[in-house]
Design a protein around this ligand. Sequence first.
Ligand code: HEC
Length: 92
Amino acid sequence: MIKFSRLVVIASAFAGLAGFASSASADAAAGKATFTAVCSECHEVADFEGEDAAALQGTLKNIVAGTQKHKKALKLTDAQIADVAAYMASGK
Ligand code: HEC
C-alpha cells in the first residue's frame, strides 16, 4: 500500500513535469481536478475513501454506459474514469 501511494505520487509528479496526464496509468491529481469540477457538487470525496479503485472504475463505466442508474448522466473517457477512481479511492 505504501509502495503504491509512492508510485502514484511519483507518477503524478512526472505527469505534471511532462505537462500531460498519461493514459497508461491512473493519475489521482488529474482525477481530483475532474472530481472537483464535475462531482463535488453532489459528492464528498471522503465518502469513497478506502473503496476499491477497480470496483469504482467498474461502477463509473456502467454509469457512463447508462447501464447503472445515477442522478446525473456522466460523460467520462476511460482515462478520466481511471484517474477519478484513483482519486476517490484515496479519499483526498
Ligand atoms: C447532480 C448530483 C450528482 C453529481 C453531479 C454526481 N453524482 Fe454520483 N451520485 C449522486 C447520487 C444522488 C447518488 C446516489 C446516492 C449515493 O450513493 O450517494 C450517486 C451515486 C454515485 C456512486 C455510487 C453508485 C453505487 O451504486 O455505488 C458513485 C460511484 C458516484 N455517484 C460517482 C460520481 C462521480 C465520479 C461523479 C462525477 C464524475 C458524480 N457521481 C457526479 C449524485 C450525483
